[in-house]
Design a protein around this ligand. Sequence first.
Ligand code: PLP
Length: 383
Amino acid sequence: MQVYLDNASTTQIDARVLGAMLPFLKDNFGNASSIHSFGRKARVAIENSREIIADFIGAIPSEIYFTSGGTEAINFIINGISKTNFSETGKNELITSPIEHKAVVDTHKNLELSQFTTKYIEIDNNGNFDINSLPNIINENTSLISLMHTNNEIGVINKVEQIASKLGENQFLFSDCVQAFGKTKIDVNELKIDAFSASAHKIYGPKGIGIAFVKSGTPFSPMLFGGSQERNRRGGTENVAAIVAFAEAVKIAKTEMESNYKTVSELNSYFQKGIKQIFGDKIAINSTENSSPYILSLTFRDEYFRNNIDTFLMALDINGIAASQGSACTSGTIKPSHVILGIGKSVNDANGTIRFSFNPQNKINEIDYVLSILEKLGTNNLK
Ligand code: PLP
């Protein structure tokens, strides 16, 4: 049996999304900047897609920029806002959390090589931001606060909507919503955010296409220079087929998001119940009531697969089960996860943590199979 439980890394493209995309790889191949009919067809498809996505999040179409994925959207937003705000107001302090995706963490590190400094919000052992601690680190030099919505390794969902009230003049809020978009409601007005990032391949769309939402009026400048695409802010011939596919994935999410959430919640709690029955307290479940049901992070305790999680993941793989150590970007390396360390766990714990992540097509019998393999591997390991 093959069971794919690594959906936070990437998802399989939905057949309907592929169907919407294919004509733009074949007959409708025009360059959207061309004035002839081929080009116009592509332009219309892009602008329709932009409208669909903007409508989904309560934005206006001109606030949506297509990028090559979540990582580019994050770089585009953090660099674009912080550098422009610095040149306009001189503000040079950034705030983020220790458990952001590497794209956020490393963009901050890169900005620190020039005139910027970064301060970190405090978090508790479940990865919840201490929003009340923000006033201690915000001052008149604060420019941009970047705090993620749903964590990609442990699934904790933070209350981003509470942050805006802590901001002063010319201070902006960005939230990385890659793991939340299309899975739970994201309304930019309700969240009171100035910018967010999302990526199609996390919601049954193709890889290599993402969006940056940047609220109009936010100081912002381009990252990629070249053509005048994306209102002069992101040069480069648009990936029309992928943009159309992303919009199709969004259309599907709009109608199926709620039922998917319910299905995945049932799978997740069934899995958790099974884990508790088989392993008791030998495995810690790193999720709370406000965690995303799409992600289940488990930490093996004591001698149990300690420091040997790669071997464990390989054993799962041999049995047809795909899971991961956390972020896809850090798996494959022996470096302990900065997220697991960030929530106060030890290096041993970090090296003993795995992530299962679901999609609504997963079935209870697949979970039963995974539990049986976990039990088998566990029993062997304890011998
Ligand atoms: N942000 C989060 C929270 C993610 O989980 C990911 C992907 O794993 C990204 C950003 C990067 O997105 P992409 O793979 O589209 O570059």
